[in-house]
Design a protein around this ligand. Structure first.
Ligand code: ATP
Length: 455
């Protein structure tokens, strides 16, 4: 990393894979590091970024999130030393984490931006990450097997400056409370959900499920997502958690933007663990399976594949109502083959583009008495059972069937959303760029904290 002495420099700091299933959390480490950077007088030039990468990566811990903090400082060396040490000390090394932390001064180079855009939907190797880092003068430190470098560069290269983005306020528990049940007032969550239409995925109305609080041993108390910092801060303030918290931080994020589903997949070229969307034709009538899941074959001109819609998504009924010849678009991830099935498209949304005309095939009606006639055998015409009228020239009648579904977009229920899934309420609200005009008041809270700001 090249540095200029004396001048205030733009430094991109990114890290990933600091946690394990037993505890810790990369966003919590980001909260701690940001708090210290602020105290050191370092200026942020954006909200800390929480970037979700390809959700189909099998070695992710939970939501495949990585973090990037962009700052201006006159002393990059001090920042590098402090952050490197914090990541080393604050990671679950030896307990499943393979952290990396990366630093870059100056502009984001195109090859890094490209690497990041691929990390949203494809699988990248550590060797590729090292090559991109070396080519661009990115200083990095890895621990464990170093796989965290992929996520670190994925986050660093994602500026979220020309497309869609959202915000999340994540609040953190004090160490002594981690591992105990989180007490979240359900009625207040429902109230916030109704009062702040610019927040999303706080409450699943259909399943009556609170979605803001995780259940594991990690230090996250709750996360509130929304379109802008003001609405999530107001919702958090209204929530009034009773637990004394360590603090909270507002992140800018690609969550809720469908960023992983932007590339068109061709069925004959689809690779396991990748994500994207497919425009295809339903090849045969979908069948409901045990457990309420639905499996059906689709084809796109390049090949055909099985698509799976799982019961918890709430999309199984729609999938089961599809029929041969329907033209659909599906957002999906490619599941690896198992002993029972070849690779399968795991469906994340269904957009019905065109419904095929499906016919009921019936015997003709008797011209004399109106009863439906019986076939006399192939090419032998039909005869009426009741009045015995025979009609050698009569043929089968094709009656168009009434379809129970309509063209349109069908999304999973909120409780089944991935972090990157764009919720229905965000369609039409997509942003088309970001210009940093300073951090909002109260974007960061720490120390013996109870949600009472702004009152
Ligand atoms: P949490 O959400 O709790 O922070 P996580 O689900 O983000 O955890 P990590 O512990 O960060 O999981 O592990 C994800 C690992 O996958 C990291 O090592 C990261 O570098 C790597 N990774 C992320 N995206 C890709 C990708 N597209 N290709 C290959 N590896 C990836």
């Amino acid at each position: 990393m090249s540095r200029q002495a004396g001048e205030s420099e733009l430094v991109h700091i990114a890290f990933d894979d600091t946690d394990s299933r037993l505890g810790r959390c990369t966003t919590h480490l980001a909260f701690k590091i940001t708090g210290r950077l602020r105290a050191m007088g370092v200026k942020l030039v954006d909200y800390p970024l929480l970037i979700r990468l390809n959700p189909n990566i099998p070695w992710k811990t939970r939501g495949n999130g990585a973090v990037c903090i962009r700052v201006r400082t006159k002393d990059p060396d001090k920042v590098v030393d402090f952050v490197r040490q914090s990541v080393e000390e604050g990671s679950a090394i030896g307990a499943g984490a393979n952290p990396a932390v990366a630093f870059l001064c100056g502009k984001i180079p195109p090859s890094l931006a490209k690497f990041s855009s691929i990390a949203m939907f494809d699988v990248l190797s550590r060797q590729k990450a090292e090559k991109v880092a070396k080519e661009n003068g990115i200083e990095y430190f890895t621990f464990g097997n170093g796989q965290g470098l992929v996520g670190s560069l994925g986050a660093m290269g994602c500026l979220l400056e020309s497309g869609d983005y959202t915000f999340e306020l994540i609040s953190y528990r004090r160490p002594e409370n981690c591992g105990t049940p989180r007490i979240v007032d359900r009625n207040r969550v429902i109230e916030c959900h109704g009062a702040f239409p610019d927040t999303f995925n706080s409450y699943d109305e259909k399943n009556k499920r609170v979605l803001i609080a995780p259940h594991g041993p990690d230090p996250v108390f709750c996360g509130i997502r929304g379109e802008d910092p003001d609405s999530i801060l107001s919702a958090f303030s209204m929530l009034q958690p009773e637990e004394r918290l360590d603090g909270y931080m507002v992140f800018r994020s690609n969550q809720g933007t469908n960023m992983h589903l932007q590339n068109l997949l061709k069925l004959n070229e689809s690779k396991v663990y990748t994500a994207g969307y497919v425009r295809c034709r339903v090849k045969e009538k979908p069948q409901a399976m045990q457990g309420g899941h639905v499996l059906f074959a689709v084809e796109d001109g390049s090949g055909s594949m099985l698509a799976a819609v799982y019961e918890p998504t709430g999309l199984a009924k729609i999938a089961a109502s599809l029929d041969t010849g329907d033209i659909i678009e599906i957002g999906c991830g490619i599941r690896k083959p198992t002993v029972k099935h070849p690779k399968v498209l795991n469906v994340e949304y269904i957009r019905i583009l065109e419904l095929a005309c499906i016919f009921d095939v019936l015997n003709p009606v008797c011209k004399i008495c109106g009863k439906r006639m019986k076939s006399e055998g192939k090419n032998k015409g039909f005869q009426c059972d009741r009045c015995k009228y025979r009609d050698i020239a009569a043929t089968k009648v094709y009656l168009p069937k009434r379809r129970s579904i309509e063209p349109g977009l069908y999304l999973p229920v909120p409780k089944a959303h991935r972090h990157l899934t764009k919720p229905l309420q965000r369609y039409g609200k997509e942003k088309s760029g970001f210009r940093f005009s300073g951090l909002c008041r109260d974007w960061f809270g720490s120390g013996n904290f109870q949600a009472s700001f702004g009152n």
